[in-house]
Design a protein around this ligand. Structure first.
Ligand SMILES: *Cc1c(COP(=O)(O)O)cnc(C)c1O
Length: 506
């Protein structure tokens, strides 16, 4: 891996061409606020922050609705007259790995939806009003699939379906892609999966009449790697695939591990498992909208993702699924006079639009991923998602990833400076933490997970919260921060580390 000096030149432009394999390197002056501000001034994506509502500290303390919206309401009744000027500072929003910040477009899209519904009622199903950012309700899911194509690297929107939520989609796609037999019945998964994925896999195995004790194979990190032993090397995954090559039906892994932030080599792992007859699915909850994906080219069988983390569509918003084009075909078999397609659990919205409203008993799925839909999707949900995706379509994942690599490395650099200062005895600080996210930028997304010395979590959490820093705590000792490139600044990173420094040395 090469190195990229992050000086006061145009780093984003440079990174667009140099990204592959480069590790950002910062000069010693990078510890100053001025340096952070210089990087912000060069950031070609800085205008995207204006597309979001970043609450101020005063808004974060709100206890009752009062009709005010940060950045939208200009005059408020409870201004800063008697308050603290700090209260008007935007918070540091480092929780896009949990719930992305609100795009301003969401309000416009929801208002457009409400006006359409109020004005033309049921006719909104098939008609769109001019001046509206929305299509007709019937076309909204397809419109969101179209806007998601580059985000996940589909060959065309027909490989994407927007429906339900993540765990539901995991079940629906396992219903189609996990077809256990007496000899091939295992599902390979990682050792610390997000609980919902665990429950989904466990219940699928039981539901098919197999025993999770024998059919559920947790891939463990190799015992030789250094502690804290959370890193799951590709070699351990490939070894597990080999060990279960004849008995595994499905490999189901996260693109990015939610706890450590480790990004897996999806292309290599997919090819390796498929070469051994194993179907491959990916849970992209933490990868979609965070890192570049090429699901079609990687030949991934299926993938699922939620849209409320890095995609910013709002809490519990409608989710996405990818089904490779080679699994979505619908053929007419003249011999049997039937449509032939991959087995699935079906509903009327998977039925082809040309025949959907005939209300008869023949199921003829829409070709592609859309044929996996069950129900009429929520227009409110889709309006919100289409707003969030409209912001992604102002840029591209390559540009976002370029900034992401640098801003995350900057956070790592400043944290490492704290450790170095403590180690050199320049201060009385003890090494109060370690970073459990992989050091290699190619093996992580925007998130850094920080393992704190036992007993520090409460103190650190309190200090960060008091200074308007939003982060995520995982008991007993981990905090996760995500300097999301779309709306976070280098100054945010600098401010976070300043507060963090104070908290661990207090
Ligand atoms: C966030 C997340 C989920 C959440 O599932 P929902 O069905 O959207 O509630 C599931 N799995 C992983 C890996 C996640 O990161």
């Amino acid at each position: 891996m090469g190195e990229l000096q992050v000086d006061k030149t145009e780093f984003t432009t440079k990174l667009k061409t140099l990204l592959a394999g480069e590790t950002p390197v910062f000069p010693s002056e990078a510890t100053t606020l001025e340096y952070a501000q210089t990087l912000d001034a060069q950031d070609e994506l800085r205008h995207l922050r204006d597309q979001f509502i970043i609450p101020t500290r005063r808004f974060i303390k709100k206890k009752a609705l009062d009709g005010t919206i940060p950045g939208v309401t200009t005059t408020t009744t409870n201004g800063t007259v008697n308050g603290n000027a700090d209260d008007d500072t935007p918070v540091v929003y480092f929780v896009g790995n949990s719930l992305g910040a609100q795009p301003k477009a969401v309000r416009r899209h929801l208002e457009a939806h409400l006006e359409t519904w109020a004005s033309i009622g049921v006719n909104g199903h098939f008609n769109a009003l001019s001046n509206s950012p929305l299509t007709s309700w019937q076309d909204l899911a397809a419109d969101c699939a179209l806007k998601s194509t580059n985000l996940v690297g589909a060959a065309s929107p027909s490989e994407i379906v927007i429906m339900n939520s993540l765990t539901t989609n995991l079940h629906l796609l396992m219903a189609s892609f996990y077809r256990p037999t007496a000899t091939r019945h295992k599902i390979l998964l990682e050792w610390r999966p997000f609980p919902s994925d665990w429950y989904a896999i466990q219940s699928q195995i039981s539901w098919h009449g197999f025993d999770p004790e024998t059919s559920m194979v947790e891939i463990q990190p190799s015992s030789s790697s250094s502690s804290p032993n959370l890193y799951l090397p590709t070699s351990a995954i490939l070894a597990a695939i080999d060990a279960h090559a004849d008995s595994a039906a499905l490999l189901l892994l996260p693109g990015i591990q939610y706890y450590t932030g480790q990004l897996f080599d999806m292309r290599r792992i997919t090819a390796y498992a498929q070469a051994r007859g194993i179907v491959v699915g990916w849970d992209l909850a933490h990868a979609a909208g965070n890192v570049e994906l090429a699901l079609h080219d990687w030949n991934v069988d299926f993938a699922v993702w939620c849209t409320y983390k890095y995609i910013n569509a709002g809490p519990g918003a409608i989710a996405g699924a990818f089904i490779h084009s080679r699994h979505g075909g619908v053929e007419f078999d003249h011999a049997t006079n039937r449509h032939v397609f991959r087995p699935r659990l079906s509903g009327w919205y998977g039925n082809d639009k040309s025949v959907r409203f005939n209300m008869d008993k023949t199921f003829q799925p829409t070709p592609g991923a859309a044929g996996f839909q069950l129900s009429n999707p929520s227009a409110v949900d889709l309006a919100s998602l289409s707003a969030a995706l409209s912001v992604f379509n102002m840029t591209d994942m390559a540009a976002l990833r370029a900034k992401s690599v640098v801003i995350t490395a900057y956070a790592e650099f400043l944290l490492d400076e704290l450790l170095a200062a403590a180690a050199a005895g320049e201060t009385e600080e003890k090494p109060a933490f370690s970073i459990i996210t992989p050091r290699n930028p190619a093996e992580r997304g925007a998130q850094l997970s920080i393992l704190l010395w036992a007993g520090l979590l409460e103190r650190v959490s309190k200090a960060l919260a008091e200074e308007g820093i939003m982060f995520d705590a995982r008991k007993p000792d981990v905090i996760r921060i995500a300097p999301v490139p779309m709306y976070c600044t280098f100054e945010d990173v600098w401010r976070f580390v300043e507060v963090f420094r104070g908290a661990i040395s207090a």
